[in-house]
Design a protein around this ligand. Structure first.
Ligand code: KG4
Ligand code: ZN
Length: 398
């Protein structure tokens, strides 16, 4: 089966086509295309993602991105001319107009695309329906609905965080079996909007253990970078400066707290850490801030990593996990990857980490989650057609 997956929850317009084979016990898949169009330069000027700008950019990008994704998968075929008469065409176009009435710019690009190209040989359309920025999510959902109606395909909503969880198992090519994590597993999901620990009892069986009470880990990286005048997004630049600082083996001259590291739950709090950086910076002159920026980055990163790693390992021990699964933009951080890998092996857990190229938002992870949902749910004969799909900015894993 071929799945067309769409992701527009934040500032990446992403479409991927995934080919899946096998049954739920032995699934295997191949990524036929994985196109990500980043809006990061547009939002950087504002120091963070602006929801309405994201919505506008998704509308502009979706048609060029789907063309590219279909083309790379050899699924983009020009319609024979004149097209075979479709008696329901007028009705379909009317429905598309209704679905995309708030996305006029997208509608105007989509109609010529649909008229020019044949219905591609795909079996399912998957789309992120939350969590994320609702105006951004809606563009992807309405686009998916329009395609589903025009091409008469089933559509499935996927939780963005479930996508990040599955990103740990993404590989370019068919592998049989693709992955066999041992359950129970503990998943650490760390992105710009979320920081969560989840007990994964089996595929698709989740029990939340804890989450951040305020800022997400990625958000804290972004805010600290902003305070230090390092630009957006903060993660990559803060981690680069921290690495350079450590490479020359400088001593710790800044000391920051490790919030909630010893609390007897699995919640996090990164807002206090960010505020500690702010108070420290306020005592310094401009020159001193510049001089100490690498030291602050190194200590802030270490504090974040200490908390994330210690809590993940403790949760894994307590729940007798066999595997630790990690996903989300923050796991691009090299030091966090190394520390988690070391501690997992020291404590006898196997670890599933996404390849760096799959750590940020992408649609291949949405496609893989959809493939596994289809495989597992198909057995129970569940209807996967979700024509009434809605965006939910706070969607929880279930
Ligand atoms: O998962 P993601 O791409 O988008 C969301 O769903 O939020 O995560 C983006 C977050 C940003 O906050 C970014 O600063 C952070 O991931 N990030 C990093 C690194 N690369 C990206 N954080 C720490 N270290 C990195 N190397
Ligand atoms: Zn994400």
């Amino acid at each position: 089966m071929k799945i067309l997956a769409i992701e527009t929850s934040c500032d990446e317009t992403a479409i991927s086509i995934l080919e899946g084979k096998g049954n739920s016990k032995n699934p295997s898949f191949k990524i036929l295309s994985n196109i990500v169009s980043s809006q990061v330069k547009i939002h950087a000027k504002w120091g963070g993602v602006v929801p309405n700008l994201a919505k506008r950019e998704h509308q502009r990008n979706l048609v060029p991105v789907i063309k590219k994704a279909l083309k790379e998968s050899s699924l983009l075929k020009i319609q024979n001319f004149p097209p075979r008469a479709d008696p329901s065409l007028a009705e379909k176009l009317k429905n598309l107009g209704i679905i995309l009435e708030r996305e006029l710019e997208l509608f105007k690009k989509l109609i010529p695309f649909l008229n020019k190209h044949k219905k591609p040989k795909i079996d399912l359309i998957a789309v992120t329906n939350g969590p994320g920025l609702e105006p951004a999510l809606w563009v992807g959902i309405n686009f998916a609905k329009a395609l589903a109606i025009f091409w008469n395909k089933p559509i499935m909503g996927i939780n963005h965080m479930e996508g990040h969880l599955f990103s740990a198992f993404l590989r370019e090519n068919f592998q049989t079996p693709i992955f066999k994590p041992q359950f129970p597993a503990v998943a650490l999901l760390v992105s710009g909007g979320h920081t969560e620990l989840i007990l994964v009892k089996n595929w698709l069986k989740y029990e939340p253990l804890g989450q951040t009470r305020d800022d997400a880990a990625g958000e804290a990286f972004d805010k600290v970078a902003k305070m230090l005048g390092l630009g957006y997004p903060g993660g990559p630049i803060v981690s680069k400066l921290a690495q350079q600082y450590r490479d020359v083996r400088r001593h710790d001259i800044v000391e920051l707290p490790r919030p909630m590291i010893n609390s007897q739950n699995y919640d996090f709090s990164f807002s206090g850490l960010k505020t500690a950086v702010l108070y420290f910076v306020k005592t310094l002159s401009k020159e001193k801030i510049k001089e100490l920026t690498p030291a602050i980055c190194a200590e802030f990163q270490q504090a974040t990593i200490d908390v994330l790693v210690q809590k993940t390992i403790r949760a894994s021990k307590e729940h007798k996990a066999k595997t630790i699964i990690v996903g989300g933009g923050v796991i691009a951080n090299k030091t966090l990857r190394e520390k988690l890998t070391q501690e997992s092996s020291k404590n006898g857990f196997s670890i599933a980490l996404p390849e760096i190229k799959f750590t940020g938002d992408n649609a291949a992870m949405i496609g893989l989650a959809a493939f596994m949902r289809e495989k597992i749910k198909r057995k129970k004969n569940l209807d996967i057609t979700e024509k009434n799909l809605k965006a939910n900015g706070n969607l929880k894993l279930a």
